[in-house]
Design a protein around this ligand. Sequence first.
Ligand SMILES: Cc1ncc(COP(=O)(O)O)c(C=O)c1O
Length: 407
Amino acid sequence: MSSFSYIKKAVDQRKSQHLFRKRTVVSSNVSMVMEVEGNYYLNFASNDYLGLGQQQDVLQSYVEGLSLHGAGSGASSVVSGYNKEHLALESFICEHTNKEAALLFSSGFAANQAICHALFASGFSKPQENLVISDKWMHASFVEAASSLQTPFKRFKHNDLEHLAYLLDSCPSNTLIASEGVFSMDGDEAPLSDMVNLLETSAFTNRPWLMVDDAHAIGVTGNSGMGSCDASNPDRDQIDIVMGTFGKAIGTSGAFVAGSQALIDFLLNFARHYVYSTAIPAAVAKATLTSFKLMRDSDSRNLLHQNIALFKHKCLSRGIPLTDSASAIQPIILGNPELTLNCSLSLKALGIWVGCIRTPTVPKHTDRLRITLSAMHQEKDINALVDALELSLKQNGFNSKTNGPTL
Ligand SMILES: Cc1ncc(COP(=O)(O)O)c(C=O)c1O
């Protein structure tokens, strides 16, 4: 038998279960119209919720950054890769999240890994002194890191504060509670103010820390678009760690972690994902800062929220089953991978591209179409989407009363 004989078996099994993932080559993606293999699709599967990734000023900053600083950063931030553009972006983030300090990471995945590993695996505490508690639906990048630690890791039922309180009943000295601000696959929000209240009103010897992964809220929620902590003002001082990504509403790539100066100094010294990784290109930092400023000052968040309201209203009038999500992420839960795949293929045949999300990305029996709306969509795009959804659900025998295929 050859080495790694399970590889082929695992892939074949995924194929037979309609769970095999493959990539599509996108030739162009402009104004929410995507070209794939010579065909054009309305793109309802992008996290560029405000269209900032294509905004002229952002592109111009990118180009200026490239000509000033070159294509890459050349080294880790702790060697020679840290540039004035990184500093300017960090300062903006601190000012607007009301945190003392921030660090930039090449991705949100790396940032979540770094937080878990630096806090719990740097050898400063014993596993029994530590505890990680996260929402059950917390993103894979956090769950993967937390599960790989020797530290006990517990998960509370989604948005269930009674369950969280129960898990907090006996918590050791170093307890980290983590939640997403807006959940990536469901689009609903965490009750952050209530979580803060719970921490404030409970008697702890050491108050646990609260961390928010705000990947899908940065740019979209809050008065200045700075995410869930901005929206739940004045509680944001009580949120100890804010992680946000640039690859979604900000339209570039990378991520930040913001917190106390002590936390950031600690990560700068002990987070291996930061220390042993090349800094994000200065051009990306420059374009990202421009994007943040545009986001803060523009009314595109209102346009996005108008589009969300329009989509929900039209779906309601056609009996298309939506969830309570009020965000740009609108799932249609179909509950089986084959049906989800078939519906997404029917939608493609009608020129509509949506996310086809199957287990294990989401729990079994909650396979779904994941529709993401953007401020860039026009009313006619949303009309086309709703018409196509109605038709494809019907064509594939989806019964909205039983939330499953018609038998
Ligand atoms: C909630 C959440 N956290 C973290 C990440 C990872 O961010 P990045 O894409 O920058 O690696 C994602 C991306 O899908 C996400 O949805």
